[in-house]
Design a protein around this ligand. Structure first.
Ligand code: PLP
Length: 398
């Protein structure tokens, strides 16, 4: 086995340089811990960017994968796939949805949602209704459709022309959204809590107002729950904190407890526009990932994970607020459940780098927001450990 620096040197030769990677080579994980190729341990408060919500290598997910890998890994969506059916049943029984389309990532789930919204709206309201309004600061994935939907200029730079039919409004501003709706609007696409945009929680009641606006104009409301879904906010889906429901919801990240998966969930009447031959994916919902998905969702629903997320979310939030009270450069703490952000008046990158050196994995979004998305199974002792590392770093800042 090579050392971390040997792997990094080899990767530098042949891996596309699309990521600014930290000098870390993880080779093993268990719960909230990761170990690198040199045997050093880390406390993982990034959790594969909110993917490893059950911790690394949750035994029930591992067992499901091992069983399924030895039985049937892949078969075509030309056939009926029992594990996919079971996962769709679980998602529909626990949400507003009636039907699920499976794919392999968050971006693909959003592609499916946008395609469905366009097709449904054209069929229902005529050919001129295809525009989707999204929020500034949003993130919807890196495909051409995803960057077109994303309300951040920087992800589109150099890739123009993007897909036409998207416009962007400030997140949380209902008046701006009202003025943006026109005769060509078919849908509004929002994250219930913006993740990559800096852990932005909309004002109380905003999403319910968006629902009313959609009803008044017969628009589809699409929630990108790729990051906020699957227990992250303390309820199974983020919208369940808001006393309302979307028409379409996209999921990915934590849905299968680690393996790559995406899903688009919608109501029956809307799903009718996705008939045979309209959309598809070779790997989408294959037996291996959906077996993991069934196992992961059962753990989430039956093993007290949501309750732990709420309790540990409170604990972590209080600890972060304590730090805010003590350090003037900590401007705000926000989020819900275990998607928490600490906004700084200084750059976050040096803090993230020091944390890595001291065995704590974090990241920083939009330059100045430290993001905390640990496994939902995190313990109070692990939060203690992480906060004492962070406190030590903040104490060294002038
Ligand atoms: C991560 C993320 C995506 C993109 O998911 P991929 O699996 O990387 O394509 C889309 N939307 C949100 C809200 C995300 O957090």
């Amino acid at each position: 086995m090579s050392t971390s620096s040997e792997w990094i040197a080899r990767g530098d030769k042949h891996i596309a340089k699309t990521y600014g990677r930290y000098p870390l080579v993880p080779v093993r994980g268990e719960g909230c811990r990761l170990w690198d190729a040199d045997g050093k341990a880390y406390l993982d408060f990034l959790a594969g960017v909110a993917v490893n919500s059950l911790g690394h290598c949750h035994p029930k997910v591992v067992a499901a994968l091992q069983r399924q890998a030895a039985t049937l890994i892949h078969c075509s969506n030309y056939y009926h796939i029992p594990q996919q059916i079971e996962l769709a049943e679980i998602l529909c029984a626990n949400s507003f949805g009636d039907r699920v389309f499976f794919c392999n990532s968050g971006a693909e789930a959003n592609e499916a949602a946008i395609k469905l919204a366009r097709k449904f709206s054209k069929e229902k309201h005529g050919d001129n209704r295809f525009e989707v309004i999204t929020a500034l600061g949003s993130f919807h994935g890196r495909t051409i459709g995803g960057i077109s939907a994303t309300g951040q200029e920087k992800v589109r730079l150099g890739f123009e022309p993007v897909v036409p039919g998207f416009s962007y409004v400030p997140f949380g501003d209902i008046d701006a959204l009202r003025s943006a709706v026109g005769s060509g609007t078919c849908a509004i696409l929002l994250e219930p809590i913006q993740g990559e945009g800096g852990v932005n929680v909309p004002p109380a009641g905003y999403l319910a107002q968006v629902r009313e606006l959609c009803d008044a104009h017969k628009l589809l409301l699409i929630f990108d729950e790729v990051q906020s879904g699957c227990g992250r906010t303390g309820t199974l889906f983020g919208y369940q904190n808001e006393g309302m429901e979307p028409d379409i919801m996209t999921l990915a990240k934590a849905l299968a407890g680690g393996p790559p998966i995406g899903a688009m969930v919608t109501r029956e009447a809307i799903a009718e526009s996705f008939g045979p031959g309209t959309h598809g994916s070779t790997f989408g919902g294959n037996p291996l990932v959906t077996a993991a998905g069934v196992a992961a969702m059962k753990v989430l629903l039956e093993d007290g994970v949501l309750e732990n997320c709420v309790a540990m979310g409170d604990t972590l939030r209080h600890r972060l607020e304590e730090l805010r009270n003590r350090y003037p450069f900590v401007v705000a703490v926000r989020g819900r459940g275990l998607i928490l952000g600490m906004e700084l008046s200084i750059e976050g990158a040096p803090i993230v780098n020091k944390a890595l050196e001291r065995g704590l994995l974090l990241n920083c979004t939009v330059g100045k927001v430290l993001r905390f998305v640990p496994p939902l199974t995190v313990t109070a002792a692990e939060i203690d450990e992480a906060m004492s590392i962070l406190d030590g770093i903040l104490a060294e800042i002038e």
